[in-house]
Design a binder for this molecule. Sequence first.
Ligand SMILES: [Zn+2]
Length: 532
Amino acid sequence: MPSSFFKLNRHFVLGPIALAAAVFIASAGLAQAQTPVRPSGALPALGDTSELSASAERRLGDRIAASIYRDPDYLDDPVLGDYLQGIWQPLMTAARARGELGPELDERFAWDVMQIRDRSINAFALPGGYLGVHLGLIGAVATRDELASVLAHELSHVTQRHISRLMSKQSQQMPWLIAAMILGALAASKSPDAANAAIAGGQALAVQNQLNFSRDMEREADRVGFGVMADAGFEKQGFASMFDKLQQASRLNDNGAFPYLRSHPLTTERIAEIKGRLQLEGGASSAPKGASEEPGGARTLHAMMAARARVLGDPGVDGLRPLVADAQRVSLAGAANAAWTPRDAGALYGGALAASRLRDHALARSLAGKLKSAVPAKTALADPVEWLALEIELAAGNTAVPKLGNTRSRAALLLQARADLAAGRAQDVSGALQTWVTTHPKDAIAWQLLATAWGQQGQTLRAIRADAESRVAQLDYPAARDRFKAAQDLMRSGRDGGAAASNYIDASIVDTRAREIDQLLREQALQEKLDR
Ligand SMILES: [Zn+2]
């Protein structure tokens, strides 16, 4: 199986919503000026401070998320996913404990952190508890604490209902138009690879000025985010050093690489307040600097995950070759010097993965072997190193690989499933995947692997159902309905090798789910009529 396994390839082309956004943005004209530019078809006057209801905000978020899931730049890399969750879940727990996140939002919102394959430095909060993180941000921050500071700030925009207040200001706009504007702004915030990136940036600014948080909201997200992050056990200094990074970029006017600065302008008040808060709490500068390691190998783990984000975010040959060269330098130097730094580990990890992507499997193996010798066994670092080695073997087409020692995490479970499927051992994985999706029904990749596993075992009906569920997980209800219909047709035709007739339970699940999705689609259509 190719290394593109970790993404869901959906052949996405810009749908009507994104297209509407493109047209909308184009009508906004060039707007490099810092003053807000009103697009033609101006938005309603501001001043209304009411909030969207949680369910209305979630509906709007679902609409936007459904488009993002189909975008080829949407990525669900389970390894980076587990890393992000390891930061995100403590933040959520702290927000609950502090009373920032109440039961209603907790229950109604999606709380999904989406990875976006883009080199620029950005993170964003969307309506309904969806968050986006550009791989460029993961690759650029120096520590997990810096990453936590950005996520805590974004989380606070959601929990403080900033988004709902912004959206209600736009409430005279139709929801589909708001969704289109947001998608358009996101598309325009991506890396400036295209020749007209400056234009896109300017146009995004015009739209963004309609969607931006106020200065007060930014300061509140800083204040609340800072508290959440500190309570979650992260190093508070990470908040300040992230600010320093942004400030430096802002001085260099590096807006192209830092779309984050456009959506969260760094004001002198914000900087002063954070510095003041750090001094007040006496949390200044206890963070390890430079090459030193902290307990648990957090810096090394971050260096490896940042390297992974750089490889996955820039799959071009020109971007991968320097990573391989860097790893080779470290590998050679390391032979004479036993003291490996987190940076060295990151370089070896990135170089091994990059070499694998470039199909130099021997080099990938050798660099991963070096990394293994550099990283202490039986620590939190051992698992990601073992996964890397397995990924390299699978990319090389070698399926005769030992099983992972520990498959408790999602990344390990899915990687092991992929290895078993490649080796034709589908019966080994369907049970574990079935158990997993029962508790994680929104895991589209797990459903897709399960579909492959059932397919390999000739269980066509179950395979189609699992495929349908993977579409549901990504909010593509029309595609899911088509798959459920296909499953029902198969049942009626009796072509499922007799499986359908003999398995009443499978058949009734398909019928029930088909009815539920039909009902969902009817409700959605009705809601859309009301929205217009
Ligand atoms: Zn902000």
